[in-house]
Design a protein around this ligand. Structure first.
Ligand code: GLN
Length: 477
């Protein structure tokens, strides 16, 4: 069996026709992990026993004739999603020995659907970052060039899928953490609209933009995973009540009459090889009957600065609960409460996490909140309005995902500002809570290497169907 070419859709046929069992499939992927992960280091934990147990269960259900899209399909989850009997570290020393008391909503949904959790993937600590280098444990390597980053913060999930260690994986996107690694690892990464997927059991980074989504090989696979994990959850107050649609239903639709907006600001000064690749895709859309409309998002240049005020502010508040009292790193010998907290937090948190706590505490502090946090919220409204005006004219926006292909591990890690600029095309859609996706656009040459890059599709809130249909079209044309 050629795992390279296997997708959920293809595996489904093999499983349903009895040509393979869920146990066969699970063992295959566990073997790939064993072989490849020594070099790639995508996984923080592999649960062989649990995976085989789940596969046996799936085989029973398959024998009874159950037809569920993800039954028997092996996957990996970013280690910031709580899993009941497995450790959840969030890539942090603080949680090195932490096992959550319950499953995240999405893990529970996937359990019920019969998908098989193989293990947990590496990430930047608490999802703060763009390279996995902020993980307290190790960095993940890009399967296309081991010297390079897979991107971040969901780098482990993207690299694992690109290296065929699973059939899909889960990531989280707060300001680009699904789309950017998808671009660097040549896979599809879908950031659903804010509120479409419950955040219950996801350790909070920026509660107002955090969202869970899949990495997959095809748009069709993405549609299947989204359908399973989406839906209202009363445990998450921001979870949307709208019913979940069948994202696969009209996937083969053509693009005649589709209005595609090309964002002027996103192409200014863009790497010319990446621009060429995206232009080719725009040409294909045009030839097949899509209407190409120039769009200007005049506040887009403020999206990174706005994001980097709102995000640390929410982080500083969300991480306040990490005091080492009920869980996490602690030293019982310390009797002074202040010193106890100090010890847990200074030993448990990495440099980038501390930087964000300090920045956020400052932006929210009396005397500065108006100047920073409140101002950023005002600009955020303008950014949202910009998108709204654009979507009065078009159905979908096409843009680059990243300004360049994957950079080398170590190349940017000591320069936080350069690292923050990774989110230049990504933060806007996050601040506005829109549906967005990155899909493979082709390869560009860098340092004599052919490296993959993605293109981004952005649609209004809850219009996941539009981006999945457009992605499916581009995949096949
Ligand atoms: N790179 C961004 C950051 O560091 C995005 C992170 C994310 O989406 N989790 O904040």
């Amino acid at each position: 069996m050629d795992l390279n070419k296997l997708t959920i859709t293809k595996a489904r046929k093999l499983l349903d026709s009895g040509q393979i069992s869920a146990q066969d499939l699970t063992r295959k992927y566990l073997k790939v992990i064993e072989e490849k992960d020594k070099e790639i280091k995508a996984c923080l934990l592999v649960d062989k026993k649990g995976a085989i147990r789940q596969a046996k269960e799936a085989d029973k259900r398959l024998k009874q004739g159950e037809k569920t899209p993800l039954l028997g399909i092996p996957y990996l989850a970013k280690d910031i999603l709580m899993t009941k009997d497995l450790k959840t570290t969030a890539g942090s020393k603080f949680l090195e020995d932490y096992t959550a008391p319950y499953n995240a909503f999405v893990i529970e949904k996937l359990n019920k659907a019969g998908a098989i959790l193989l293990g947990k993937t590496n990430l930047d600590e608490f999802a703060h970052g763009s390279s996995t280098e902020n993980s307290a444990f190790f960095s993940t390597h890009n399967p296309y060039d081991l010297e390079r980053t897979p991107g971040g913060s969901s780098g482990g999930s993207a690299a694992a899928l690109a290296a065929d260690m699973c059939l899909f994986s889960l990531g989280t996107d707060t300001g680009g953490s699904i789309r950017q690694p998808a671009s660097y690892c040549n896979v599809i990464g879908l950031k659903p609209s804010y509120g479409r997927v419950s955040r219950s059991g996801l350790m909070a980074m920026t509660s107002s933009t955090d969202v869970i989504g899949p990495f997959s090989k095809t748009a069709r696979d993405s549609a299947l995973v989204l359908k399973t994990i989406a839906g209202h959850d009363k445990k998450d107050a921001s979870s949307l009540k709208e019913s979940v649609v069948d994202y696969s239903k009209d996937l083969d639709k053509d693009v005649k009459g589709l209005k595609v907006g090309v964002v002027k600001e996103y192409f200014q000064g863009l790497n010319k090889d990446i621009k060429e690749l995206i232009d080719k895709k725009i040409e294909i859309l045009k030839k097949q009957g899509a209407e190409i409309v120039p769009i200007s998002l005049k506040y887009s240049k403020y999206s990174v600065p706005t994001y980097y005020i709102i995000t640390p502010s929410e982080i500083s508040s969300n991480l306040a609960r990490f005091d080492g009292v009920l869980w996490g790193l602690s030293d019982e010998k310390i009797k002074d409460l202040k010193k106890y907290y100090q010890n847990s937090r200074s030993k448990g948190f990495g440099q980038e996490t501390k930087r964000r706590i300090i920045l956020g505490t400052f932006s929210l502090s009396a005397g500065y909140a108006d100047k920073y946090y409140k101002k950023a919220q005002t600009v955020r409204e303008l950014i949202k309005k910009d998108f709204k005006t654009a979507f009065d004219k078009v159905d979908v926006l096409i843009a680059p995902t990243t300004p360049h292909p994957a950079f080398k591990l170590g190349e940017q890690i000591n320069d936080p500002l350069t690292m923050y600029l990774e989110d230049i095309y990504l933060a806007g859609a996050s601040l506005a809570g829109l549906a967005a996706l990155s899909m493979p656009a082709g390869f560009v040459k860098k340092d004599n290497k052919e490296l993959p890059v993605g293109l981004q599709l952005i649609a209004p809130k809850l219009k996941e169907t539009t981006i999945l249909e457009t992605a499916n079209f581009l995949e096949n044309n």
